[in-house]
Design a protein around this ligand. Structure first.
Ligand SMILES: C[S@@+](CC[C@H](N)C(=O)[O-])C[C@H]1O[C@@H](n2cnc3c(N)ncnc32)[C@H](O)[C@@H]1O
Length: 285
């Protein structure tokens, strides 16, 4: 079982950490000091990957690689970079892919939430986002990121539109279909796809994440319940070289340099006349 580790020499909210551990079925461990973390003894005790709690919040570490900084969900940092680089997200390809419209509050399920970056961008353009994530250690990172982000003035308003529904999305989507839930406008999917060997450009902490998660080889199973549930569209983010999910040709595509968004307008939207607008077929970046 993966662990969450606290250090005796760093002040921590033990009640919170124990709750986090019990919610996501993680072991709770403590070490006297940080320098005991990257040792063979600790690796034997907790395994290669673990969560630590330090001054920066909860972070994912690779016990065998002390050079890697802990990987955290930091919506405040994202918000700053995002604002600095883009000056607002409505022109983001993802905003176009989900069909963001002025004054329309979309309810989005991000069924493969990962580190929540795409969820955050969708929430930053006004969507209410439910994040589903099945890997316990990643859910705990998201949980902690939401709590810290909710206290940061530069992103608290955006984080307030995000909620975590930990667990396998295939079951959760099917459950909502069975309950005839009509409140979900968009289902967004970004499953992990096997990376080309040459893709050295992936930053090291992200490599740690990719190694931890592996490839989501069952991703095809998400498309059918997603199409049944989404009232407007299903959006699938794929590397440009990846095939369509279930070999199912999308209604339209939005292509970027490395990724594309496959957009499936659902039968609900076709029935109610919610169809694509002209600018959604263009090719950004
Ligand atoms: C490529 S990452 C998503 C990255 C994310 N879009 C972001 O911006 O950070 C894919 C994530 O989906 C999760 N995942 C894959 N299949 C899932 C499923 N059936 N249910 C819930 N989570 C799933 C994986 O555990 C992984 O964390």
């Amino acid at each position: 079982m993966p662990s969450i580790i606290k250090f005796d020499n760093i002040l921590a909210d033990i009640t919170y950490l124990k709750e986090l551990a019990s919610t996501y079925q993680l072991d709770f461990a403590s070490l006297p000091q940080q320098r005991q973390l990257y040792t063979e003894q600790t690796r034997q005790r907790v395994g290669q990957y673990a969560l630590i709690s330090d001054e920066g919040g909860v972070g994912l570490v690779d016990i065998s690689d002390p050079k890697l900084l802990p990987l955290r969900v930091d919506f405040a940092a994202d918000a700053l970079i995002y604002r600095k680089d883009k000056g607002g997200g409505k022109n983001e390809a993802i905003a176009k892919a989900i069909g963001i419209k002025k004054n329309a509050q979309l309810n989005v399920i991000d069924a493969t939430a990962g580190l929540g970056t795409d969820s955050f961008i969708m929430a930053s353009v006004g969507a209410n986002v439910t994040m589903m994530e099945r890997t316990a250690i990643v859910s705990a990172l998201l949980h902690d990121g939401l709590i810290r982000g909710g206290k940061e003035p530069n992103c608290a308003e955006i984080v307030a539109r995000m909620r975590l529904a930990s667990g396998d999305a295939r079951e959760q989507l099917q459950q909502r279909v069975a309950e005839q839930d009509t409140n979900v406008d968009i289902v967004y999917l970004d499953p992990m796809f096997p990376h080309k060997k040459k893709s050295a450009a992936v930053k090291k902490p992200m490599k740690m994440f990719q190694t931890l998660i592996g490839s989501d080889l069952d991703a095809d199973d998400l498309l059918t319940p997603a199409l049944s549930l989404a009232q407007q569209r299903v959006v699938v983010k794929r590397p440009n070289y990846a095939p369509f999910l279930q070999d199912h040709t999308p209604t339209m595509q939005i292509k970027g340099k490395k990724h594309r968004f496959d957009v499936y307008l659902t039968h609900h939207s076709l029935r109610t006349g919610h169809t694509k607008s002209a600018d959604e077929t263009q090719t950004p970046d």
